[in-house]
Write a protein that binds this ligand. Structure first.
Ligand SMILES: Cc1cc2nc3c(=O)[nH]c(=O)nc-3n(C[C@H](O)[C@H](O)[C@H](O)COP(=O)(O)OP(=O)(O)OC[C@H]3O[C@@H](n4cnc5c(N)ncnc54)[C@H](O)[C@@H]3O)c2cc1C
Length: 402
């Protein structure tokens, strides 16, 4: 029996690779019938890049990622307010990468299939439930979890035995819903986000991320390689509160909804209206998170990544925290053969740490810092509260070490 992972997103695939590297058998079931390169830009912070390099993916990552050199905060006339070096320029021993989410997912998927076997990831298979099973015996242990899997092609539900079930099934996690039927709604920040990628000339260093604010509108833009600039336009349109509609990463957005907020912006070194008008596709997503959970899992079932701790995508930490989850989970499962104990230790190490990131993302979003001093304080505080301090990360032992 192996560990069954629900979801072949960044978190689920990183978990499969981490478990394999730690000598723990794993398999992944993914609800999508086909894994296509969905999404747009995403950032991997040095603490996650370190883990992926230790998993032997350094060259592949460097080939698809842009090593971010700086964050530039500016006003809508393009005047710099504050510049912060990033990644190795900031003193980390590992870079920060901006990548296309779909390309990162494809890279991880290829590595999983190569290392764990061609059939290690089963697509078109959705986890719909689970239950304990006292009767199964694994090598050196008794017990297991019975996972109910819907085969989307045939509509049949089958049961599969696993040593553990890891719910890495994202924002609308079925595993989380089963563990936490009283879970509250998605919480909306009141901000609409439009996102896209556009073929555009490099700007500033060619490896700069820019954050430009004007009233309730904000633009974040950065290159993701292949002559593409990823952009995110955020506009506060409401007070925060429970989300009434739907939140889907792949919902199509409309140029006419976003352009009026940005068509008068003139940065000089980046054509903002042009970015929006020439974008291949525009996606719209409400900036949402959930209240951190008081506990994640029980027995042989736990959560990982967005299923455990969905957060505002403002600190570049969503995928990065999922990778760290994956590494800690694998280390604990390799350390003790007793699965419930290993999962409890994983949760102890990760639950509060990721709740702090959820809260820090909210605080950063509310801070509305404008002056260089305020921006320096906000970014320093963010790093400190989210475990991203340069010296601490550079000095600490690898998460893969037992
Ligand atoms: C299609 C898509 C596009 C995204 N685009 C962006 C983006 O452009 N920018 C950004 O910052 N973040 C994006 N995200 C979110 C980002 O990937 C995550 O915040 C982060 O990488 C953590 O990933 P995760 O693996 O925990 O969750 P996710 O990346 O959400 O992956 C969860 C996976 O689980 C699968 N799944 C769901 N339910 C089940 C089930 N019951 N059984 C089996 N499998 C299931 C989903 O199909 C998905 O592949 C996107 C997510 C998705 C799913």
């Amino acid at each position: 029996m192996s560990v069954l992972i629900a979801g072949a997103g960044i978190g689920g695939l990183a978990a499969a690779l981490s478990l394999h590297a730690a000598g723990v058998g794993a398999a992944v079931v993914e609800s999508a019938r086909e894994i296509r390169p969905f999404g747009v830009g995403i950032n991997l912070l040095p603490h996650a890049v370190r883990e992926l390099i230790e998993l032997g993916l350094g060259d592949e990552l460097a080939a698809i990622g842009v090593a971010t050199a700086e964050n530039v905060y500016a006003d809508r006339l393009g005047r710099r307010v504050f510049t912060e070096p990033r990644g190795m320029a900031q003193g980390y021993r590992w870079p920060q990468y901006s990548v296309h989410r779909g390309e990162l997912q494809r890279l991880l998927l290829a590595a999983v299939r190569e290392r764990l076997g061609a059939d290690a990831v089963r697509t078109g298979a959705r986890v719909v439930g689970f239950g304990d099973s006292g009767e199964w015996a694994g090598p050196g242990e008794r017990g297991g979890v019975r996972v109910r899997i819907l085969d989307r092609a045939t509509g049949t539900v089958e049961e599969s035995a696993a040593r553990a079930l890891i719910g890495a099934d994202g924002l609308h996690s079925a595993v989380r819903a089963a563990l936490h039927p009283q879970d509250g709604p998605l919480l909306w920040s009141g901000i609409r986000m439009w996102r896209g990628t556009t073929r555009a000339e490099p700007f500033l260093t060619g490896r700069s991320m820019v954050i430009v604010r004007d009233g309730d509108a904000e633009l974040v833009a950065y290159p993701i390689g292949g002559g593409r600039v990823n952009w995110v336009c955020q506009v506060r349109v409401s007070e925060p509160g429970p989300l009434t509609g739907d939140a889907a990463w792949n919902r199509v957005g409309r140029l006419a909804d976003v352009l009026p907020y940005f068509d008068h912006w003139r940065l000089g070194w980046l054509d903002v209206p042009g970015l929006l008008v020439n974008s291949g596709e525009i996606l719209e997503y409400p900036m949402v998170d959930r209240e951190p959970l008081p506990w994640w899992g029980s027995g042989r079932v736990t959560l990982l990544g967005d299923a455990a701790h969905p957060m505002y995508p403002v600190g570049a930490n969503g995928a990065s925290q999922a990778v760290v989850d994956a590494r800690v989970l694998a280390r604990e499962l390799a350390r003790t053969g007793d699965v419930p104990t290993a999962l409890a230790r994983y949760e102890t190490e990760r639950r509060e740490a990721t709740a702090a990131v959820v809260r820090a993302n909210r605080a950063m979003n509310r801070a509305g810092a404008r002056t260089p001093e305020e921006l320096a304080r906000v970014t320093d505080t963010y790093r400190d509260t989210t475990g991203g301090d340069v010296r601490t990360l550079n000095a600490r032992a690898s998460l893969g070490r037992r």
